[in-house]
Design a binder for this molecule. Sequence first.
Ligand SMILES: [Zn+2]
Length: 442
Amino acid sequence: MRADPRDGSRDFSLGFWGQRPSNRASIRRANLGIILRLLRDEGPRSRVRIAGATGLPKPTVTSLVAELVELGLAVEGQTESEGAIGRPGTTVHLDGRTVCGIGTEISADYVSVVVLTMRGDVLHERHQPIAVAEAGVEPVLDLVAALLAECLDRAAESGTRAAGIAVAAHGVVDLVGGRVRYAANLDWHDVEVLDGLRRRLGPAAPVLHLDNDAKLAALAEYLAIKDSDIHDLLYISAGSGIGGGIISGDRLLRGAAGFAGEIGHLPLDPRGRLCVCGRGGCWETMIGLGALLRLADASQEPATGPALASAPTPVPTSAPAPAFDAEQRLAELKRRALAGDGPTRDALHQVATDLGLGLGMLADILNPRAVVLGGYFAHIGDLMLDQVRTIVREHVMAPEAAACEILLSTLGFRAPALGAAHLALEDVYQDPAGYRHPSRTI
Ligand SMILES: [Zn+2]
């Protein structure tokens, strides 16, 4: 399509997941998806500007837009001027208000779900704290299935069709088999997630997908940034575990076996604390939420407050096991830091230092244009950001060439579920005319 996909905008000739149209007959359908992605990522525009951005002939764009409008995926809006001497043109907007993707995240400490329309409206959202490792696999899948069934009901009530369901899970996942192969923080080994959910949801459930939580969160952040100059992004997922999602040249980097981005277990301190993976001194033990809380709690004062340190948040009786509320504890830590509590500030300083050292290495390896600090950093990272930026600047090999923006996530703990919802909608972008009749099983 484009001679140079980096000439000021993102590359719309390929989907985020990198599939190319496989034969000539599918090219028209793929071009429908290219226009939809352009409208999603860069906003409404006239047919002339769509033609300019995609390289498609204007008559082809006119025909494709008419089909998208008929499918309910695009809508015509206001007129816009196309230059001083050009006639005003009608803008085309992404619509898809009646099509949604359902995303869910299975985290160590909670399960969340979100129903997202193609237009970007959140129709429904739930966040259920649960200690997943202690609860066991079957009760957790029961809970996820119940939350997903509620999502499907809400979508149906609002006259919206679910294009698919996607699950964001910790650890190493088998995309094709729909399994979590190994997730240390969940204590899951070879868990058949998609089969388990299919059995519970029944044959009428939409197509199900599974992917790694940090990779899906990276997708959500990449789409949320809306900066057409950012093609290379490193997302840091920070909860009880640490993960990474790498976008390189507008594509998700998976590596040979899908493990790319497993940065939480980089051995940054060989003599450090024992990690859940069985080794010592992993980066996760230094900058994960557990590390911050441990450092803060090790102070003379109970930095998180005795109630928060010991008592789980009450949850509905349907939940198999309770878990602490991370956002509540982070709010307490932040209050103490802002009040000048020395030990809390020391804990934040230590985590920020270790975060900056690791990011400096990753910046040299990956040369991202932006680093997005997600998960718990979205709640308290503003107190660490200046220090992190300074340390990265001091430690990268070539401060000028490797300069990257270090940003706080705007999505926080919601990012993986939102990314999953985007993945669930990917079937529509892959084949806007045919998604209503999905034939594949996964
Ligand atoms: Zn480890």
